[in-house]
Ligand binder design. Structure first.
Ligand SMILES: Cc1ncc(COP(=O)(O)O)c(C=O)c1O
Length: 423
């Protein structure tokens, strides 16, 4: 067997995986066209490029209404504010997600209530969500994480039973479909990030899909300094400038043309990865729920069993994969430990009333903690645009690491010590 690249052996993947974002002359032409037009942003909002992007994005997801914004954090905050969720209200969020999912409710004045995730998909656990509901709970933000979707059937049933607003955080799920229905159109709102790492991007940007026309008008007003967006000029809101610029929209109008083919390619390769990875000892594949009829692959997450990797947890396995030329990451921290999400309690008026909701050190979310501290490995989307050969290289690298680590726990121990010293 080849020695691990981490220990000076040959890499399993010699060629670099493809770059992201993809671009060619079409981006240059689109941006040049906008520059020459002199219409770079401002209002009336949306400008022509932005309106066209909203139309195309809605069509792609089967949505009726959408509002383009600056990023996928304000989309969440605006959805909450459009739905009149604010001071003292509670919003359920998963324990395993990016900080924005929980910081948006705080920005809207609400309290994020952290809920554990389901070990089968690392998305919010509907049973744990139900157990966390109080009379103050007004909304739930399921996150479709990595290449998975939250159980939207169970979440919509909860929403109906407890009258909750559902905001799907689709920052990872552009183009995904649940039983044929577009991600972001199942709940009341669908929030998408278009930031540079996302599978549709203009560097920065966001879009909010809205189920009702009224919510769309409210959201469109909030992001345009409170100006009314409805034709009769009846809906005024407390707003700010969260508009998308025309240059960004022009880039997105090109990206969306390439998107269907990229989705097909990533999906086929993710399905192939499911099969290939299931042969690797100590790997738990998060299987595709058959209700996910189209799968978006932002990051492909699987779980490792350290006992079958000679005691190595995901950080060491990722370091070894990285050395083999496989782009990967250990993923987010659990939300209650998240360094980006530690608000100053003294600055927030609401927690004084419900202090237990902010006692992070006393919270326990076993599934999320296990994923964040030991198990989860996030493979980069570029692997899923590199054909079967790219997937095979990643799987062979993992097999090589598993075989070496499981046969030499003493080596694992010494590597773990080295890694700990580096941090
Ligand atoms: C799950 C999730 N929600 C929200 C966001 C926020 O999006 P943005 O970075 O565009 O504000 C991100 C972005 O990283 C994310 O991953």
């Amino acid at each position: 067997m080849n020695e691990l690249a981490l220990l000076g052996g040959e890499k399993a993947r010699v060629k670099a995986y493809p770059e992201w974002p993809v671009h060619d002359e079409r981006e240059i032409e689109a941006v040049t066209r906008v520059i020459k037009s002199g219409r770079w942003g401002g209002f009336p909002y949306p400008g022509p490029e932005t309106a066209e992007f909203v139309r195309r994005f809605c069509a792609l997801h089967g949505a009726e209404y959408g509002v383009a914004m600056m990023n996928g954090t304000v989309t969440l905050e605006v959805a909450l504010r459009a739905a009149d969720i604010g001071w003292g209200d509670e919003v359920l969020v998963p324990a395993y997600t990016f900080a924005a999912t929980a910081s948006a409710p705080i920005a809207a004045g609400a309290i994020p209530v952290i809920v554990d995730v389901d070990p089968n998909n690392f998305c919010i656990d509907p049973q744990a969500a139900e157990a966390a509901i109080t009379e103050r709970t007004k909304a739930i933000i399921p996150v479709h994480l990595g290449a998975q979707m939250a159980d939207m059937d169970a979440i919509m049933a909860l929403a109906e039973k407890y009258h909750l607003v559902v905001i799907e955080d689709c920052a990872h799920a552009h183009g995904a479909r649940w039983r044929g229905q577009g991600a972001g159109t199942i709940g009341d709102f669908g929030s998408f990030s278009l930031q540079s790492s996302k599978i549709m991007t203009a560097g920065e940007g966001g879009i909010l899909l809205c189920k009702s026309q009224e919510m769309m008008y409210r959201a469109a007003s909030i992001i345009n300094c409170g100006r009314p967006a409805d034709p009769e000029h009846k809906i005024y809101t407390m707003g700010a400038n969260y508009r998308m610029g025309e240059l960004q929209a022009a880039l997105l109008n090109v990206a969306i043309e390439r998107f269907p083919q990229q989705t097909t390619e990533r999906q086929e390769m993710a399905d192939y990865m499911d099969e290939a990875l299931s042969e690797v000892p100590g790997v738990r594949v998060l299987r595709r729920d058959p209700r996910i009829t189209t799968r978006a692959v932002y990051r492909y997450i699987f779980a490792v069993d350290p006992a079958q990797f000679g005691g190595a947890t995901h950080d060491l396995i990722c370091a070894a994969l990285d050395a083999e030329g496989v782009d990967c990451w250990v993923g987010y921290e659990a939300m209650h430990h998240y360094s980006l999400f530690q608000p100053h309690l003294s600055k927030l008026p609401v927690p004084a009333a419900y202090p237990e909701r902010f006692q992070f050190d006393q919270m326990r979310f076993p599934v999320a903690e296990q994923a964040c501290e030991a198990e989860a490995v996030w493979l980069d989307e570029s692997i899923f645009r590199s054909g079967r050969e790219g997937v095979d290289d990643a799987v062979n690298a993992l097999k090589k690491i598993q075989a070496r680590f499981s046969s030499d726990p003493a080596l694992v121990q010494s590597l773990r010590e080295k890694l700990a010293q580096m941090h």
